[in-house]
Design a protein around this ligand. Structure first.
Ligand code: CA
Length: 224
């Protein structure tokens, strides 16, 4: 995850950079608004932390210019304490969140993580394995151009497998996720549903995607 921190007060910038780097983020810092705009337009950042009062171009104007160009990365604004007007204006300009100065590093990290989670959730509405896609919003599976009708359980099972292609799920894990059973129901429930799903997804198709890993469980993968 690569972040851009735009802050002209050197002490704050280096405190923020160090704190975020310690949490495993790759961090670039800039002190000028005009340079920040250039960087955000030309480089793929996952999120930006933007001060408002900056030399070159102020943070709100940078934010508006970024949004006008259709760039949707999450932006956290750093605002002066208690300045309601700034916060309202910031949110109206397209900020996703704001944090009043001074702030604790833990809080900044928590806010950044929350922003990244939120946007990841929005973007990820389609799973794909080989020529099989599963749309999580319309809940429709398609193999090549063939639409596959799924029951609720079959959808949950396929969603689980497709969320982590290549990962082997045990019957117990599948039971927990799909039926919310935290015990072994002592039946071949999972195997029965895998067979139903295979019939719909793999019958007459090549390659077969749903695979049995003997003695362990099941996975979905395009086999080599
Ligand atoms: Ca400043």
């Amino acid at each position: 995850m690569r972040l851009l921190v735009v802050e002209d007060e050197e002490k704050i910038a280096s405190f923020v950079r160090k704190g975020l780097q310690e949490q495993g983020f790759a961090v670039d810092t800039l002190a000028r608004g005009d340079e920040a705009l250039l960087a955000l337009v030309n480089q793929p950042y996952d999120a930006a932390i933007l001060d408002i009062f900056l030399p070159g171009r102020d943070g709100l104007s940078v934010l508006r210019a970024v949004r006008r160009r259709g760039i949707h990365l999450p932006v956290l604004l750093l605002t002066a304490r208690g300045e309601l007007y700034e916060r309202v204006e910031g949110l109206e300009s397209g900020a996703d969140d704001y944090l009043p100065k001074p702030f604790a590093m833990e809080e900044l990290v928590a806010r950044v993580r929350a922003l990244l989670r939120r946007t990841a959730g929005v973007g990820l509405s389609l799973y794909q394995v080989g020529d099989l896609t599963l749309n999580l919003v319309s809940r429709v599976a398609v193999r090549r151009e063939r639409k596959i009708e799924l029951t609720g359980r079959e959808f949950s099972l396929l969603e689980l497998l497709m969320r982590s292609p290549g990962k082997v799920f045990t019957r117990t894990e599948i039971c927990e996720h799909v039926w919310n059973f935290h015990f072994d129901p002592g039946t071949n429930l999972v195997d029965v549903y895998i067979q139903k799903l295979r019939k719909k997804v793999d019958e007459g198709e090549s390659p077969r995607l749903i695979q049995t890993v003997r003695g362990i469980g099941y996975k979905i993968e395009v086999s080599a």
